[in-house]
Design a protein around this ligand. Sequence first.
Ligand SMILES: [Zn+2]
Length: 457
Amino acid sequence: MNKKGRSFKPILVVIVVLLASIPAVWLAIIRMEGTAPAIEIGLESPFIGASRIVTVSVDDAGSGIRSVWMSLLVDGREVEILQRTFPSAGFFAGGKEKSVQVKATISPQSLGLADGKGVIRVVAWDYSLRKWGKGNQVYLEKEIRIDTKAPSIDLISRSHNLAQGGSGVALYRLSEDCPVSGVTVGDHFYPGYAGHFNDPSIYMAFFALDYQQGKGTRLAATAEDFAGNRSTAGLVYHINARSFRKDAINLSDTFFNAKMPDFDRYFPESSDGSRLDFFLKVNRELRRRDNEAFYRITAQTEKEILWDGPFLRLPRSANRARFADQRTYFYGGKVIDRQVHMGIDLASTAQSPVPAANRGKVAFTGEQGIYGNTVVLDHGFGLFTLYSHLSQIDVADGQMVEKGEIIGKTGMTGLAGGDHLHYGILIHQTYVNPIEWWDEAWIKNNISAKIDDAGPR
Ligand SMILES: [Zn+2]
């Protein structure tokens, strides 16, 4: 043997041994890995009503996903609701799937499960060869509550006498705690809240008929529980139709010259077009935007009745425009636009102090397009008052104000031709006729007496 041959042979052996061991190393890394799959149960809320989809996400970057199993355990009885096995990609590669999402529909009634507390149990295995070839296992459980019964609504307020463009209140008792309940008026929904009475099952909802909702409008109380079960109950009501006045507004070049420059900043791209087109943009588009801004503010409300007794009107003032006046705008003898006036215009001496109509919390202060400087007060349970065209604002956002407290001074900011107060009342996102809220007898008969009769607080 020569020297060369002697040194060559062991290297060859080492290479052969190394090559031969690659599959074993591969197996050790991929198929003998010891990390269990990661699982997640996707369920928005623990409440399961008539039917609910549960999503299970499984991830296993190592040997891949072998299988997933899910069951529901209620009252000592376990029902399998899902069993899935995923394919292998071969002995060395492990599972084909590294990440899966499986869905199962839980319908308690068809599974023969009773209402009550339960547990969703999920087990997943991977393609590892550990545990005598069964793979790494992971277990996860989630508490649930099966509720297939719809809430029952017991109306406490017996009859509701309503005017088109007017307000109302409904009181009802719910058989279970509901996150959503209230009154539907045509296609509008007015939420109700618990908490005003000693009895936490009594709910109260302020609602309205908008100025367009007449005699044929349907009203009902509705409730939806945490599991999504819904109930509807009829309301006893009578709707008094109202017709609203027509009003003609004559626009002049003097008015355009005096007012339109204030609005340039809202439509900078249109400021060199025709004055009439610019006015129409302000009167239509800006008006719509401003109302939407107010509706966003009035979508949130204090869950407490902050007001007491009749609402105040601007003292020593004359009505210049009424609620829901059907306005026709004329320019150069031609009809150029139509809008509806959603408040009452009150004129006194220029820069008159404006009292808060009732006790409330300041929900908005600031400039708002055609409304000019505006204050919005939240009186609780969705009832708001709005004061516009102010020359001065004396309150700050979030502040509590007492009935009669001065919140600012009248003016002619925004789209106002002269000094006056535009006074609006909203129930959630509907403008209502303020006259009802100025009337002590109306409030007593239609609101306060119903609340007082519903129970102690
Ligand atoms: Zn007005």
